[in-house]
Every structure is written in structure tokens, then in C-alpha cells.
Design a protein around this ligand. Structure first.
Ligand code: GAP
Length: 431
């Protein structure tokens, strides 16, 4: 983990949030490479979940919502973690995180550590809206992005051609007042989620069919992104750990350096959300089948993934050692830069001009990095750590025969390719 954290800072993937002011616990800023990687991940997710399906539509709902929505969804009452406090140093922990508690007890080196009784701690982050001091209304930043989809169920049905079964997809920020943020971005207070709320007929068999379908669909997605199969597993939730809205829940877990950890969740939320929003808003959120005339409140099979967690696990899984060489074996579709272009020598104008031309041509179709600092070995080292799949070097031979050296990140093998064949070459290699 230390190596990944250091690499993320060194190469511009992830920095501690507001670092120059001493940081803000549980917040992280994505740098140039991290932002590219994050956008690539979200775009791939969106392509698979929305673009390539005819039963899912996408939305982008507001982060700030009428606070009644959070009462309806049960978050004001039940979005809680059990909080305990160490009586020696007043550090606070989640009572259900036994490993973290053990580590803390050890930090007091043999002292008898006593704890307060667990009390319910609400994770919703409060904010104040309004322009007149003292007359502001208290609202919540969304604790999960789900509510934005649920409250728009009727709008979607009325304004699009969707028919049950169908899904509403969304990507966006969520905020939680986590008691113990930690393990780098794994548990943050501000993070992003990618979710599909998939509405089905209110029937146990139908719900089970889609629950199993989404479990496998999501597992296949992460395997297709290059995560090693042996590092992924399903874990069904026991009754006592299920969220207040879930009839059934399963996590996809990743074998992280800090132990098997939740990557994402698939939940059968039943009719909990639509029923409660119907009750609290007075708007009928049932669905009428236009063929059979049947009217019902659909059940929701949800898939919910953290963008930041996915990105962290993708980075950990991609981190490889080959002899003395370290590289990020990221799927080319995820890699921040697809290609890097180097003039062999920064002070030879002919080489720089030729390299610039290649850089500008390729840039029209993909993210291309430019590097003319130091020696070629150092430039390869930097691009390997950035996960750039290919490096192009423009050397003296280029000026004679219009070929360049292309070096493959994973094998470190090099081959000569004609300049005018480069776009086609990368089109095939970067699929
Ligand atoms: N809408 C359902 C929902 O929010 P969840 O299991 O609480 O369910 C879903 O969260 C996913 O969001 C998690 O599997 C994880 O990937 C991500 N996530 C949750 N809390 C997080 C946090 N504090 N920091 C980073 N990611 C988080």
C-alpha cells in the first residue's frame, strides 16, 4: 500500500485533499493522471451500462435534495454506524471494525483499554442552504446517489419509452461522515459512486433472476478490465449487516493488501424506496403495464460501485514487478496516456521537430504524453509507472528512413514502425 500511495503522489494520480493546509481527513484530490484514469473508468462503465444496453437510461440528479427525501429513504433514522470511544485517548471507532480496534489497543502497549458503550452515529453530512444568516435550512449532502434515481422514477417513465424491466444509471459524488476514514481512498468522506437501479416486477423469482444476473454481470465487468479473477470473490451479507433498505445483499470483494474488502454491492431493495417516497411525497410512484393494465410498485435490484475504490483496486492489481522494473499493467482502455513520444535528444532540432509532428498527429485521437527530459531509461521508467502502454522514440534513423522505435510497456520489447503506419498500428493495439 505504501508503494501505491507514494506512486500515486509521485506521478500525479492522487494527492491528499487540501494538503498545503494540513489536509482534511477522508478527502483526496485527483491529479492529471488520476483524473484521466477516473474518466476512462467512468466512460467504460457508462458505455457498458447505458450505451450498449437498450433497457437502461442515464441521469444526473442534484447532490442537494429536499431533506424530506432523506427521511423517506430511511437515512435520517437508519443510516448509522455503531460508534465507540477509547476511554484512554478518546479516539473514535466503528464498533463493528474489530481489526481496527485490535490495532488501536496494541498502540496503547499493554495498558488496559476500556471503551464507551456503542451509540448510533448518523453518517449523513449536513449543510445549510439559504442567504439569510439564522434563516438557513438544514439539508444533507447525499449519502448515496440512489435517491436521485428513485425520486425521478415517475419522470423517467413519463418522459422516455422505458418498460419494466428497466434501469436508471447514474454516476456522481456521495458524502459520508465516516467515523474512521482510512486505507487511502478506500474509505473516504467524499467519494463517487456508479449505480444502476434496475426495476423489475414485484415477484421473488423475477427479483432473484435479476439479482443473479447483475452479480455475474458486474463480476465479468471487473475481470474484463484486467483484475485477476483470484483476487475477486462474492460475499453474501448476513441478516444483521444488511442496510436498512435491503432484502438481500452481496458484495464483490477484492483481495486488498489490507485484507478482503468490499469493492461494490448488489442489493435487492424490494419496493422499499418507491413505496416510502410514495408515502412521504404523496406522489404515486407505481408503474402501470400498458399491455396487461397491471399496476404495481416495482422492486429495485441495485448495483452500486465506488469509483474511487474501483480505481484503487485497479491500480493495486495492475502494479507489477519484472526483474528490477516496476510497471502498471493497466488495460489500455483505462491507461491515462495511451502513448508517449520522445525525441532521443532534446537539443537536436530535427529530432524534436519530427517528434512534435508525431505527437500532434496522434493527439487528435488519444491522450499522448511528451517527454524530452533526462535519458531514455528514465523516461521509460516514468511511463511504466504511469501505465502508458507504448513509448515512441524518434532517433537519428528516423530522419533517414521515417521509422520510429515503439516500445511495449508489458514486454519491454521494441520494434521499428513506419511513421505513416502509427495511427493504424495503435488503433489495432489499443482496442
Ligand atoms: N446505494 C447503495 C450504496 O450506497 P453502499 O454499500 O453503502 O451501498 C456502495 O456503497 C459502494 O460505494 C461501496 O461498495 C463502495 O464501493 C462505495 N463506498 C461506500 N462508502 C464509501 C466510502 N466511505 N469511501 C469510498 N467508497 C465508498
Amino acid at each position: 500500500m505504501d508503494k501505491i500511495v507514494a506512486l500515486c503522489k509521485r506521478r500525479g494520480f492522487i494527492y491528499p485533499g487540501s494538503e498545503i493546509y494540513g489536509g482534511l481527513t477522508g478527502t483526496w484530490d485527483y491529479g492529471p493522471l488520476g483524473t484521466l484514469l477516473k474518466n476512462n473508468l467512468k466512460n467504460l462503465w457508462w458505455k457498458e451500462m447505458v450505451q450498449l444496453r437498450n433497457d437502461v437510461v442515464g441521469i444526473d440528479a442534484a447532490i442537494m435534495m429536499n431533506p424530506k427525501a432523506w427521511e423517506a429513504s430511511g437515512h435520517v433514522e437508519a443510516f448509522v454506524d455503531p460508534l465507540i470511544e477509547c476511554k484512554v485517548c478518546h479516539a473514535r471507532f466503528r464498533a463493528d471494525k474489530e481489526d481496527e480496534i485490535k490495532v488501536h489497543i496494541q498502540s496503547h502497549e499493554g495498558k488496559k483499554v476500556e471503551w464507551t458503550n456503542p451509540k448510533k452515529f448518523n453518517l449523513l453530512v449536513k449543510a445549510y442552504l439559504g442567504i439569510i444568516e439564522g434563516e438557513q435550512s438544514e439539508i444533507y449532502l447525499r449519502g448515496e446517489i440512489t435517491n436521485g434515481a428513485q425520486v425521478n422514477f415517475k419522470n423517467i417513465v413519463d418522459s422516455t419509452r422505458v418498460k419494466i424491466p428497466f434501469g436508471i444509471a447514474q454516476i456522481g459524488k456521495a458524502f459520508r461522515n465516516e467515523i474512521t476514514p482510512g486505507n487511502f481512498t478506500f474509505r473516504s468522506r467524499e467519494f463517487e459512486q456508479m449505480e444502476v437501479q434496475f426495476y423489475v416486477k414485484p415477484d421473488e423469482k423475477e427479483a432473484e433472476k435479476w439479482y443473479e444476473y447483475w452479480k455475474q454481470n458486474r463480476m465479468d465487468f471487473y475481470v474484463s478490465l484486467g483484475i485477476k479473477k483470484e483476487n475477486l470473490r462474492f460475499r453474501e451479507h448476513e441478516d444483521k449487516e444488511r442496510a436498512h433498505y435491503a432484502k438481500k445483499a452481496v458484495d464483490i470483494e477484492y483481495n486488498a493488501p489490507f485484507g478482503w474488502s468490499e469493492f461494490m454491492g448488489i442489493h435487492n431493495r424490494g419496493d422499499f424506496d418507491l413505496r416510502r417516497h410514495t408515502e412521504y411525497s404523496g406522489t404515486n410512484l407505481s408503474y402501470k403495464d400498458s399491455v396487461t393494465g397491471e399496476e404495481y410498485i416495482p422492486w429495485d435490484i441495485e448495483t452500486s460501485a465506488g469509483v474511487d475504490r474501483s480505481l484503487l483496486f485497479l491500480l493495486i492489481d495492475a502494479y507489477q514487478k519484472d526483474g528490477e522494473r516496476f510497471f502498471l499493467k493497466l488495460d489500455p482502455r483505462l491507461a491515462p496516456y495511451k502513448v508517449a513520444v520522445f525525441p532521443l535528444l532534446a537539443n537536436k532540432e530535427d529530432l524534436v521537430t519530427e517528434a512534435r509532428k508525431i505527437y500532434q498527429t496522434l493527439q487528435k485521437d488519444m491522450m499522448v504524453a511528451w517527454d524530452d527530459r533526462g535519458n531514455i531509461g528514465k523516461r521509460y521508467f516514468a511511463q511504466d509507472e504511469a501505465g502508458t502502454p507504448f513509448c515512441i522514440t524518434v532517433d537519428f534513423k528516423t530522419l533517414e528512413d521515417k521509422t520510429v522505435t515503439v516500445r511495449d510497456r508489458d514486454t519491454a520489447k521494441q520494434e521499428r514502425v513506419k511513421i505513416d503506419k502509427l495511427p493504424e498500428y495503435f488503433q489495432n493495439k489499443l482496442k
